[in-house]
Ligand binder design. Structure first.
Ligand SMILES: Cc1cc2nc3c(=O)[nH]c(=O)nc-3n(C[C@H](O)[C@H](O)[C@H](O)COP(=O)(O)O)c2cc1C
Length: 374
């Protein structure tokens, strides 16, 4: 059915299509009965797909990625569609609007998007209050992550002001999130990615990690796919050093190589973060590196260009505990999480694999680290 609707939806500018999709999800969000009915019609994921990570139980390893539900407006509807966890945000301490439009573009030939939205959100306090009012993850039905970022108005120096800004967001969401993801990797907030430099990252993440430990809250870092190899090693070193629970690999890319879309069109679209299938190989590679660097107990979430069950499986085999999808959801439609859950559950059953987490062991062996399990 989405195949029939998509051409219609794609006649709208992307930002407007997003609003239409959010409107379509509104009734499911508001009515617990409707959410249960949708859930029942789509079918609950097989028990084989359950993942235990960070002390939480995920009914499926496939979550909705950061940025789709920036204000926590639709988490129950997204859970009803079969996502095994929901990430809300990125939120910032200060409420802020989007960058000037147009700020979101489709590249249909690549099944990709470019966005330069820049963390539009109602502010961490307000979003946290909304999530609290729905009962947090208990009300939503699946684990709830909140992504925190830097307010646009806060300059990068001095770092103390940046840290204070992140702490304000962290403190706002700590009582309602099941885990928090620190976003220092969006290309759309000027200079943000400089916070991935080891010295700055150590200060910022060290402080946030101390607070997260006091709050018994898992804290993850989301990294950019554009870091070169030494920088990846350095940031993973900081993650280990300050004892974060894990990483999310990866955010959108400022690179544009290897696209089918004409270079004139790419030029016309201009700056922003590229998402979708062109990201997949790099995201997979980062998942492998993160697992190897952080060891079996860390949580690794793979995101970037996933739109098929085989890719979810490959990510899990490469060492991801969980995966997330954004752009694939736009191109494939609302049934995607259920389709993947059904196909993956079916494959596990046929192969006599009792838990999806067993797939990770294959990845570790392939990495040459037999005997490790997570
Ligand atoms: C329109 C749009 C907005 C996004 N906003 C955020 C955001 O606020 N925070 C974040 O961490 N990632 C954000 N992302 C990045 C996604 O979470 C994800 O890392 C990236 O799109 C790669 O996954 P995909 O190929 O499945 O889309 C956004 C992506 C898109 C397309």
């Amino acid at each position: 059915m989405y195949a029939a609707l998509r051409p219609l939806l794609f006649t709208l500018p992307p930002a407007q299509a997003h609003r239409v999709a959010m409107l379509a999800l509104a009734p499911v969000e508001r009515s617990a009965l409707l959410a249960r009915t949708v859930r029942a019609l789509l079918g609950a994921p097989s028990d084989r797909l359950a993942v235990d990570a960070m002390g939480l139980r995920f009914p499926s390893p496939v979550g909705i990625a950061g940025g789709f539900d920036k204000n926590g407006d639709r988490p129950r509807a997204l859970a009803a569609l079969g996502f095994g966890f929901v990430e809300v945000g990125t939120v910032t301490a200060e409420a802020q609007g989007p960058n000037p439009s147009p700020n979101l573009f489709r590249l249909p030939d690549d099944r990709a998007l470019v966005n330069r939205l820049g963390f539009p959100n109602e502010g961490a306090e307000r979003v946290a209050a909304r999530l609290r009012a729905m009962g947090g993850s208990r009300g939503i039905g699946v684990p709830l992550a909140v992504s925190i970022g830097k307010s646009r108005s806060v300059p990068l120096a001095p770092i103390d002001a940046v840290i204070a800004d992140y702490i304000q967001s962290f403190d706002a969401v700590r009582s309602v999130a099941d885990f928090v993801i620190v976003n220092v990797s969006s290309p759309n907030t000027k200079g943000l990615r400089a916070l991935q430099d080891p010295a700055a990252a150590r200060e910022l993440l060290g402080e946030l990690a101390r607070r997260a430990k006091d709050a018994h809250l898992p804290l993850l870092l989301k990294i950019a796919p554009d870091l070169d190899e030494p920088d990846v090693d350095a940031i993973l070193g900081v993650v280990r050093e300050v004892r974060l629970q894990g990483v999310v690999c990866a955010n959108t890319s400022i690179r544009r190589e290897g696209l089918r879309t004409s270079s004139a069109e790419v030029e016309r679209i201009g700056a922003g973060g590229l998402s979708g299938p062109p990201l997949y190989p790099r995201a997979l590679d980062l998942v492998r590196r993160a697992r190897a660097a952080l060891g079996p107990r860390a949580t690794v979430i793979g995101v970037g260009g996933i739109e098929r069950t085989a890719q979810v499986r490959e990510m899990l085999e490469a060492g991801a505990d969980l995966v997330q999808i954004y752009t694939g959801f736009i191109y494939e439609g609302p049934l995607l999480p259920t389709r993947i859950a059904r196909e993956l559950g079916g494959a596990l059953e046929r192969e006599g694999i009792h838990r999806v987490t067993a797939l990770g062991a294959a990845g570790e062996t392939a990495l040459g680290a037999p005997g490790l399990s997570h």
